[in-house]
Design a protein around this ligand. Sequence first.
Ligand code: UTP
Length: 459
Amino acid sequence: MTHTMNQTDFGQTATDQLRNRLAAAGQEHTLQFWDQLEPGERAQLTAQLESIDVNRLNCQDEGSELDLDEATLTAPDQIKWSADSSEDESLVKLGEQMMSRGELGVLIAAGGQGTRLGLSQPKGCLPIGPVTGASLFQILIEKVVAASREFDCEIPVVMLCSPATHRETIEYLDAENWFGLPESCRHTLCQKTLPAVDRKTGRLLMESPSSLCLSPNGHGGHLSELVDCGLLEKLTDAGVTTLFYCQVDNPMAPLCEPGVIGEHLRNEAELTVLVTPRTSPEEKVGTVICVDGVPQVIEYTIIPEELAARRDAEGRLEFRAANTGIHLFDTAFLQREADHFSSLPLHQANKKVPHIDEQGATVIPDEPNAIKFERFIFDVFPRSRKTLVLEIDPLTGFAPVKNADGANSPSEVQGQILQANRAWLASRGLRVDEGVPVETVPMLTSFTDPEIRLGRRVA
Ligand code: UTP
């Protein structure tokens, strides 16, 4: 009896404490349906509310606090890399040998909600191969499987998911047997979420009486999870020294390319950032710029127009290193910086977020009504002691699927895949008749043997 009393008292006290904290932060409305909730629903809402730092969601974009003093900004030194220039045998050998030693791991960011594309499944399930219909997941994973077969090694893949994609991604990949990736190499993790707040009032939005509106905490959120779930340590213990990171929406990512890995190793970089040349000052893409000599990614929304448009003596944009979201991280670098991951800045984005109102009725907004918060992976870049900026050809390395139509749409990306494959064949003296679609297939290719590339790669 006494025991029950204590439990009840404690429960009441804990709720009061939570209510007081929320009231102090102007967020008490999140408990307005409390009396109607079942115990399980109360526990869920309490867990959500206790996991967030309400005072940090104060409508101040921590990502835009960067003080851009022009005098401190310079364009980074960069090295050019292309698949065809990999005749530098020693470079390719370096990459090949490290893979053979089992020192490479792969991270694929696949936790985004793909709202612009508007699919009902995770974006990685999108069929994108113009001839084969292979999905984004398939193309990327097969590049890894092909490399592990060619270099006779295991290459662990960590699929970086979120609550929005985790279950469906696992179901999809299991049904496809992970496209031949050995079971010992299959890993997934699920990043955490952050709540959305009303744009005007800063109040937390409710998805239902027992749940906040939550969304994945940005690709930077994977870093904390990689440490917290023990995977970073597990990979390091297994001998992995470098993680090749790419985003699931870019089927052209040169995943496991020995030449790219070779450049990272030869330059003794802790971090390699792959960039493409910006085509215009208006291009909506983050740019790698050195601040006080340290390379970091600066978002297009922050760079002053004059700076974005500035040209060098040769007429090229001065700040032209566009971030592709493809990076190589040394595991030692990530381990050293692990304590900082949970304090990466919270960036803000204005989004349309359906929610319930004070009467519990659903509201579907026509205009952006909410602020979502995200951490960005590139906010760790300034902590690297040695960063290599590696320029790749956008035609062969960068084709992200973002929108349902127009720029960066599936049809544009398919067109780019066809064009890149056609150009590649033409460079080897093979003419493909106009209008005949060609697609190269990772499983039938070789990373290093040009004859195999030529003879077996075409689908
Ligand atoms: P984007 O923000 O460009 O695309 O993420 P998205 O989230 O998939 O789509 P929208 O913005 O809702 O239309 C770039 C990459 O980062 C991953 C995405 O899966 C994509 O590969 N990402 C993004 C995460 O893994 N987690 C996140 O929280 C956000």
